[in-house]
Design a protein. Structure first.
Length: 487
C-alpha cells in the first residue's frame, strides 16, 4: 500500500475543511504559547503576592513583640515565634496549632547570635489530620519561610515578663510562605484558559470554514458556468464580481481566456473556410480545363491544356506547402537553433537570384557589415524570400534592402516604390488569405499567406515584422527586427 494512503484518509479534501484545520492548528499553537506565558506570569505574580503578604506579617509580628505584646493566634499566614531556652513556642497562629507548638515548638530554635531578616527553607513535620484545602497543607513538605530575630535584652523587664522569656533570650519569628495560594490561583487560571482555548479553537475553525465557504461561492459559480462552455457555444462568459478582490481577477482572466479561445476557434473556422475557398478555385479551373479537353479531344490544344494544368497544379502545390508550414509554425515553440546566420550575406544572395525577375526591377542591398542572428537558415531564407516576392509583385521599378546594426538588434527593411498600403490595412495585410484590391489576381497576387508566414517566422526567432507607415506615393516599407547574435 502506498505510504501516503493513511494520510489521505484523514486529511480533508475540501479547501474549506483544510483551511479550518490549518486555522485551528495555527490558533492552537498561538493559544498554547500564550497560555504558557500567562501560566508562568500568574504563578510568578501570585508567589510574589504570597511573599509580600508573609513579609508584611513578619514585620507586624516583630513590631508587636518589640512592644511586649503576644500576637493573636488568628492569622491568615502560618507563623511561629520561638526563643532560646524555651521548649514551647512563644506565639503561633495561622493553623500552626495543629502541630501542637505549645508542647514543643515546630520551627528550629534560634542561635545565640542575632541575625537580620533571612529567607530560608524549613521542612515541617507530617500531620495526618490536616485538611488539604487548609492553609496548613504545607505539612510534611519543605517550605519557604521569612525569619527575623529580636534580642530580649533590648526590651524592658515588663515586656520580657509579658513574653515569658529569659532576659538574655533571642526570639526568632518564622512566617511561612504559602505556596498553595499561588498554585491554586494558577490552577484556576489554567482551567479557565483551557476552557477558553477550546471554545476559541472551535469558534476559529467554524469562522474559517464558513468564511472560506462564503468566499468560494463566486468560484463555484465560475466553475459551473465555465463547465457549460462548449465548442458549439463558446460565447458564454462568467460574471465578474464588483468587489475588486482576487475573485474579480480570476473571473476577468477566465473571460479573457474564453475570449481568446473563442477568437482562436473563429480564426480556425475562418482559416478552414479560406483554405477551402483557395483550394477550390485552382481545382475548379483544372477540372474544367481537363473535362473540356476530354469532351472535345480533336479540338483541344493539348500543349495549352497541359500548361494550364501544370500552372494550376503548381499553384495547388504552393498553397499546400504554405498551409503545412503555417500548421507547423502554429504548433512549434520559439526556435533555439544554435546556427548563426549572416543576414547580409543571405540578402545579397537572394538579391542576385531575383535579378532574373519577369519585371524589369532594380534590386539593391545596402549594408554596413555582417548582421549575425541565431536561427534556422532555411527559415530565414523563406522569410526574406516572402518579403522580396511581395515587394516584387507591387514594385514599379525599384526594391531597396537595407540592413543596419542597432545596439542589440539587427534591423532589415525592404522598401519598394509600388502603390503602398493604406493606413487602415497596415495590420490586416499580415492576416492569412488577405489580398488587397490591387492584388486580387490569383495568378499574380499569390495565395495571401506570404506575409503571414513571414511574421510567424519572425516571431519564432524572437523578432518582429511590421509595416512602416509612409505616404502611398513612396511605396511600402517592411521592417524586420531580430536579436543580434553575440560575436
Amino acid at each position: 500500500m502506498n505510504a501516503t494512503e493513511p494520510r489521505r484518509r484523514w486529511w480533508p479534501r475540501s479547501v474549506r475543511a483544510r483551511t479550518a484545520l490549518a486555522a485551528a492548528a495555527t490558533a492552537a499553537v498561538i493559544l498554547a504559547g500564550t497560555g504558557w506565558w500567562v501560566h508562568r506570569d500568574v504563578y510568578h505574580r501570585s508567589t510574589q503576592i504570597a511573599e509580600d503578604q508573609a513579609k508584611a506579617q513578619l514585620w507586624t509580628l516583630c513590631d508587636q513583640l518589640s512592644k511586649g505584646v503576644i500576637p493573636d493566634t488568628r492569622s491568615t499566614v502560618p507563623y511561629e515565634v520561638v526563643a532560646t531556652g524555651r521548649r514551647s513556642a512563644v506565639a503561633y497562629g495561622g493553623g500552626m496549632a495543629d502541630f501542637d507548638p505549645g508542647t514543643r515548638h515546630v520551627m528550629p530554635a534560634p542561635p545565640k547570635t542575632m541575625r537580620a531578616e533571612l529567607i530560608t527553607t524549613v521542612r515541617l513535620p507530617a500531620n495526618p489530620d490536616y485538611d488539604p484545602h487548609d492553609n496548613l497543607s504545607v505539612a510534611g513538605g519543605t517550605n519557604q519561610v521569612f525569619t527575623a530575630d529580636i534580642w530580649a535584652a533590648e526590651l524592658s523587664s515588663d515586656q520580657v515578663a509579658a513574653l515569658g522569656v529569659a532576659a538574655d533570650a533571642t526570639l526568632r519569628v518564622y512566617v511561612v510562605v504559602l505556596p498553595h495560594t499561588a498554585e491554586a490561583i494558577t490552577e484556576t487560571i489554567d482551567r479557565l484558559l483551557l476552557r477558553a482555548g477550546l471554545v476559541s479553537l472551535v469558534l476559529i475553525a467554524a469562522a474559517a470554514y464558513f468564511t472560506v465557504r462564503i468566499a468560494l461561492r463566486p468560484v463555484e459559480a465560475i466553475r459551473v458556468l465555465t463547465a457549460s462552455v462548449t465548442a458549439n457555444d463558446p460565447r458564454e462568459r462568467v460574471t465578474v464580481p464588483a468587489t475588486g478582490h482576487e475573485i474579480t481577477a480570476l473571473a476577468t482572466t477566465i473571460n479573457t481566456t474564453l475570449q481568446r479561445l473563442d477568437n482562436a476557434a473563429a480564426q480556425q473556422r475562418r482559416f478552414v473556410a479560406d483554405a477551402a475557398h483557395e483550394l477550390r478555385s485552382p481545382l475548379t479551373t483544372l477540372l474544367a480545363s481537363l473535362e473540356v479537353a476530354l469532351a472535345y479531344p480533336e479540338h483541344t490544344d493539348w500543349p495549352a491544356a497541359a500548361t494550364t494544368a501544370a500552372r494550376q497544379t503548381r499553384r495547388l502545390h504552393a498553397l499546400a506547402e504554405d498551409l503545412l508550414l503555417l500548421a507547423r509554425l502554429d504548433t512549434r515553440a520559439p526556435t533555439t537553433d544554435p546556427h548563426t546566420v549572416d543576414l547580409t550575406a543571405l540578402a545579397s544572395q537572394l538579391t542576385e537570384q531575383h535579378s532574373l525577375s519577369e519585371k524589369q526591377l532594380t534590386l539593391t542591398c545596402d549594408s554596413t557589415g555582417p548582421a549575425p542572428v541565431h536561427g534556422n537558415p532555411g527559415e530565414y531564407e523563406r522569410l526574406l524570400r516572402n518579403l522580396l516576392d511581395n515587394a516584387a509583385r507591387h514594385a514599379a521599378h525599384r526594391i531597396q534592402i537595407t540592413i543596419r546594426d542597432h545596439d542589440t538588434w539587427i534591423i532589415l527593411t525592404v522598401h519598394d516604390d509600388g502603390p503602398g498600403v493604406p493606413t487602415e490595412d497596415a495590420e490586416r495585410i499580415f492576416e492569412r488569405f488577405v489580398r488587397l484590391d490591387d492584388a486580387r489576381s490569383r495568378d499574380h497576387g499569390g495565395t495571401g499567406l506570404g506575409l503571414a508566414i513571414a511574421r510567424d517566422l519572425a516571431h519564432r526567432h524572437q523578432g518582429t515584422l511590421t509595416l512602416t507607415l509612409t505616404p502611398r506615393t513612396l511605396g511600402a516599407c517592411f521592417q524586420l527586427r531580430l536579436p543580434r547574435a553575440p560575436v
